[in-house]
Design a protein around this ligand. Sequence first.
Ligand SMILES: Nc1ncnc2c1ncn2[C@@H]1O[C@H](COP(=O)(O)OP(=O)(O)OP(=O)(O)O)[C@@H](O)[C@H]1O
Ligand SMILES: [Mg+2]
Length: 352
Amino acid sequence: MSSILIRDLVKRHGAQVTVDRVSLEIGQGEFVAFLGPSGCGKTTTLRMIAGLTEASAGSIHFGTREVTNLPPYLRDAGLVFQGYALFPHMSVAENVAFGLQMRKVDRAEVRRRVDEALSLVKLAHLAGRLPKELSGGQQQRVALARAIVYKPEVLLLDEPLSALDAKLRTEVRTELRRLQSALGLTTIFVTHDQDEALSVADRIVVMSAGRVEQVGTPREIYQRPATRFVAEFIGLTNLFPGGLEGPGRFRCESGECFSTGSTDVPPNASVLAIRPEHVSLLRDDPAPGGACALAATVEDVIYRGALTEFVVRTASGAKLAAHLQNTDLGRDELRPGDRVIASWPADAPMLF
Ligand SMILES: Nc1ncnc2c1ncn2[C@@H]1O[C@H](COP(=O)(O)OP(=O)(O)OP(=O)(O)O)[C@@H](O)[C@H]1O
Ligand SMILES: [Mg+2]
């Protein structure tokens, strides 16, 4: 187990800079998720940390050991990479045991740890199969067991659960998190799934176009996004372009005027954002008025089981998304065309 320290890491592909001065400190035993849209540089950054791709500039330390120019096998990191294949002629158990045998672990211990790793990924019953006799998701789980089995100093996982269905994905990530935390493995987990990042990580690194946008706990990232990019990427957000009009008041381009609430208000704020789950909808009977409420018409209703997603349109034509929990079984259903009052708590708006 060791910490990971990354300083000004850069990757150039010809004239294109695909990773741009990324600096990070990851604590011993910490579970960090790299999150960002396709092409933002997550895999490239992780490959440089693993030693599979050469860094153009910058440095990487595992604990006090500089590994920037070491080949992958000297870095002692457990890896699961996109398209990182299993040994085709070895069984599932042999694939998982390989790293332990290379490290001269005794046979009884190899058996015990292979069993443990295979039960982690719920594949104990397929230990004797060859990789070609497995589904894509099963192969991916073998790769994860193989990476974790020898309790590496550092675990580097690039979308290790992407081929699994939703239920299995949740189960394996919960188990992975439990084992990682029990063993104190310093882990980087790449994903473009924000739910996954929010639910498993100690901290999230949000990346965009080769750069780090924000580093923080899931709560910090979700509740206090540092930039408009992060706000939009983490959860669909209602965005209103406009500008400040006197203290505490924001004039939207669409005409509405909203209270800015109690959050930090940057003096040159140009966007006001409200999360859909902060918006309530009431039937348009007694209009409550006030700065945090406006009349609208329901346009779209999408039932999602635990919640219902509504899109409403204000008189000026602005669209607003509202996600309402379906806790009240007897609730009178809103339908397209219904007139409503949309409102939110005074501290709901975020400004960028
Ligand atoms: N060998 C290469 N040569 C040129 N460009 C590359 C190379 N490898 C990656 N890139 C570019 O670097 C950028 C970052 O790629 P990377 O694979 O790191 O993205 P990612 O965040 O992992 O995306 P995804 O979520 O789709 O896996 C992309 O624009 C990609 O096209
Ligand atoms: Mg990738």
